[in-house]
Design a protein around this ligand. Structure first.
Ligand code: SAM
Ligand code: SF4
Length: 319
């Protein structure tokens, strides 16, 4: 359906949990993280109801994220249920990849269409540092398992931070040369209560692109990433620039938090709590509520105009 600014909203990101096996410095605070209680987390049944209502409103693309979606118990069963809903044309997942080794084959079998793996460095030590304890070898094993399971055109998400991994920009870009991997550079965003220092490491995507001469633009249906490629490369390089280049005008998505709040925009504190409606069992009212929230979606965010970062940490929204 269209919102009040004539944008076609056809994509929903669903955070299935706020929990994570890592504590990435730009995403979550190191300690003092209060996880949502089990009674607050949307049940799989509720997620299914919301997806059915969304499909009715013309939303056909869904992405499961978190927190880390693979730490939610029974995630494969949820994928299987959602993939079977008529009108779900694309069901993807964003993961840190560390648990993929055990899940990739089952996820593929259950009907997951696509995978995004977030990885900000190729080095073991640096990986451990940025994730506060993660093991990059597990991610590599997960990647192998995903490729073996038949996931095509896996996308890597990388957040480049000055002084931390800006010396690896070329290595990321080169991942696309010989294999069907897409690499997407996501600008660091000031969100939630993550460690402040990391906010100053922001590198605009224009700088990253300048450091990758020879790229040619390619057209894509992706509404947020601008894609390029090396002329003979198999994969593509995407730039997601929420800070330097407002893509709000072409935004096609809404978000559902793990505790049942609909967030029409990542960067505003506006949320619609679906829990009371879910308790009533009234699917018509659920559809109406989602439809209203979509219609009233804000025109644009104001982050690059000095607006305060939003309260929720990224793991609590679903990146
Ligand atoms: N745990 C999964 C993962 O890491 O892929 C899914 C959730 S994570 C919140 C989704 C994406 O958000 C990741 O690619 C991560 O790098 C990105 N992200 C988290 N905090 C961010 C921030 N402050 N700025 C930019 N991207 C961020
Ligand atoms: Fe966890 Fe993903 Fe956030 Fe890292 S970016 S702490 S893996 S949710």
């Amino acid at each position: 359906m269209k919102d009040q600014f004539d944008r076609e909203i056809n994509y929903m990101r669903i955070s299935v949990t706020d929990r994570c096996n890592f504590r990435c410095k730009y995403c979550m605070p190191e300690s003092g993280v209060e996880n949502l209680g089990h009674d607050k987390i949307l049940s799989f049944e509720s997620i299914e109801r919301i997806v059915r209502a969304a499909v009715n409103l013309g939303i056909h693309k869904f992405r499961l994220t978190g927190g880390e979606p693979l730490v939610r118990k029974g995630i494969v069963g949820l994928v299987e249920k959602l993939a079977q809903i008529e009108g779900v044309h694309d069901l993807a997942m964003t993961t840190n990849g560390a648990l993929l080794k055990d899940y990739a084959a089952d996820l593929k079998k259950a009907g997951l269409s696509r995978l995004n793996i977030s990885m900000d460095t190729f080095y073991e030590e640096k990986y451990r540092e940025i994730t506060r304890g993660g093991d990059i070898n597990e991610v590599m094993d997960g990647l192998d398992a995903a490729v073996a399971a038949g996931f095509a055109r896996i996308r890597f998400n990388a957040v480049i931070m000055r002084g931390f991994n800006d010396d690896e920009i070329l290595s990321f870009a080169q991942l696309t040369l010989n294999e069907a991997f897409d690499v997407r550079f996501i600008e660091l965003m000031p969100i939630g209560h993550a460690e402040n220092d990391w906010r100053y490491g922001y590198v605009p995507n224009s700088e990253i692109k300048d450091r990758l001469p020879g790229l040619v633009p390619v057209s894509s249906k992706d509404s947020v990433a601008q894609y390029y490629k090396y002329p003979d490369a198999v994969g593509r390089i995407g730039f997601i620039s929420p800070m330097s280049d407002h893509f709000c005008g072409s935004c096609n998505k809404i978000r559902l938090t793990a505790d049942g709040k609909l967030k029409p925009c990542l960067h505003t504190n506006e949320e619609l709590d679906l829990s009371p409606i879910l308790k009533t069992g009234d699917d018509e009212a659920l559809r109406e509520a989602i439809s209203q929230a979509i219609f009233n979606k804000e025109e644009k965010h104001h982050l690059n105009e000095g607006a305060e970062p939003i309260d929720r940490d990224m793991n609590k929204i679903g990146g």
